[in-house]
Write a protein that binds this ligand. Structure first.
Ligand code: ZN
Length: 122
């Protein structure tokens, strides 16, 4: 699992065009799959940006951001290219407008939604 976490960190660094040492790797406190915590990746650079590797898959990096319904931080959109992060930042800047982001499938039923959120599942 350490290797999967490290691979996720390297992929994130490559996408963002930063060095690996700028990324903090940890176990996600909220999301698990089969008893294993997903990988949380945090970048601090003019603000804090948090990402997770769904099911610890380096090919499935997701941006954490505020849920369009309840506002809690959930996996909002997939990060495949630097442009995906640009879209997320633009989305955040005009929060009140309709959601234009392609939402990640992992957003649905994420454990971080508030209980009254339409995306919440028991
Ligand atoms: Zn929600």
């Amino acid at each position: 699992m350490g290797r999967a976490r490290e691979a996720s960190a390297h992929r994130l660094a490559a996408i963002l065009g930063i060095t690996r040492d700028r990324i903090t790797v940890s176990a996600d406190p909220t999301r698990t799959e089969g008893g294993r915590a997903w990988t949380r990746l945090t970048v601090t650079d003019h603000g804090v940006y948090a990402f997770i590797a769904a099911d610890n898959d380096p090919a499935r990096l997701l941006c954490l951001g505020p849920c369009p319904q309840c506002g809690n931080h959930v996996p909002l959109t997939a990060l495949r290219h630097l442009a995906d992060l640009g879209d997320l930042l633009e989305h955040r800047a005009r929060q009140r407008n309709a959601v234009t982001l392609p939402l990640a499938q992992e957003l649905v039923a994420d454990p971080a939604h508030r209980s009254r959120c339409p995306f919440h599942r028991d």
